[in-house]
Design a protein. Structure first.
Length: 350
């Protein structure tokens, strides 16, 4: 199998992270990109779009990153060879400074085991190497092309109760757009301090909402900032995107006040219903721990997101195709040390 790549900046993908909009957004933060139409020679599959981001590593090196791509249906046994084929074809078109290509494919396996068991996750053999994950390797997606009663019936009883409680107690939810960013970011800073997580600067979210699409053939991503308020005070907020039939919950933040009013449940319910009205058939909660483990530091996130119903998805995660072995090994060591510092040492130090 050969991959025939044709440069096409206006190629259209059904996946938000493969969109021209997302590539343009990343280009505002020192990323370059190239977009292609890809045809697999000798295959019956239709041509597909591929978006490849490129960023400098310093010291005259760079790397390429393919977020949630390729988006093409192939047998599980052929997925690894397809990534290798794409990497070999991309190599000639990438800068000579490129040390490796990091794939983060959109292929996933649905939950087939008990949630407390080790999940089955797709993987690949040599020459691909497992890398540090960029996108969440586990998620839960809810089918929303159903009535309110059917959606509520699919939730855990406590979730149905909390959705109704928030409304009964006077929590209001509205899509505020960019005008809500000051309150959103204040809540996000509170969340980051409470959960000991790193967040982007406020300008990151301002750029996200101010960016105008540049590909006329591509549907405009419907970005929304949802705010839950009580007596005018911002209690919690989320940012969602609706794109080509799928809604994704991207970011969330909350106050330490009035958590008993369940604003987080009201937010998700409002966003789910709006996504359905916008024509989406799926709502991706985007990122959970791999299993329902009470000892996991983010176990509450697993319970919250899966409580709305939906199907747990286990992705392959990030995999590298190495182009310059010596430079790659040096970079991987530095990357692992950096991740250890941020995820272990710095978090423990607060």
């Amino acid at each position: 199998m050969r991959a025939l790549l044709t440069r096409n900046d206006d190629a259209v993908s059904p996946v938000f992270l493969q969109s021209r909009f997302w590539a343009d957004f990343k280009s505002l933060a020192a990323w370059g990109y190239a977009r292609y139409d890809v045809r697999l020679d000798g295959s019956d599959s239709a041509p597909f779009a591929l978006s490849v981001l490129v960023r400098s590593l310093g010291l005259g090196l760079s790397f390429a990153y393919v977020p949630h791509g390729p988006d093409v249906a192939v047998a599980e046994s052929d997925r690894g060879s397809l990534l290798v084929t794409l990497a070999e074809s991309l190599h000639a078109d990438l800068p000579g400074s490129c040390a490796f290509i990091r794939f983060d494919p959109a292929w996933y396996e649905p939950e087939t085991l008990d949630s407390s068991a080790r999940p089955y996750r797709p993987g690949f053999g040599a020459p691909l190497r497992k890398a540090s994950d960029v996108q969440p390797p586990d998620s839960v997606a809810l089918a929303i092309d159903r009535s309110d009663d059917e959606l509520l019936a699919g939730m855990k009883p406590k979730w149905r109760y909390n959705v109704k409680l928030a409304d009964k107690k006077g929590v209001t939810v509205a899509s505020e757009g960019a005008s809500g960013l000051p309150d959103f970011y204040a809540l996000y800073e509170t969340t980051a301090e409470r959960d000991k997580i790193a967040i982007h600067p406020r300008s990151y979210y301002q750029r996200l909402f101010s960016l105008e699409p540049t590909n006329p053939a591509e549907p405009r991503p419907d970005l929304r900032l949802w705010m839950a308020r009580y007596e005018g005070r911002a209690l919690a907020a989320i940012i969602t995107v609706f794109y080509r039939g799928e809604a994704t919950y991207l970011y969330g933040a909350s106050s330490d006040e009035h958590r008993n009013l369940m604003p987080a449940y009201a937010l998700q319910w409002a966003a789910i219903r709006a996504a359905r009205e916008a024509g989406c058939v799926s709502y991706d909660f985007y990122g959970i721990p791999p299993v329902d483990d009470p000892d996991h530091p983010m176990s509450g996130l697993y319970r919250f997101k899966t409580g709305f119903g939906g199907q747990v998805r286990h992705y392959a995660g990030a995999w590298d195709y190495v182009l310059r072995p010596f430079a790659y090994h040096g970079w991987r060591l530095a990357e692992q040390l950096r991740l250890f510092w941020h995820k272990s040492v710095r978090k423990r130090l607060g």
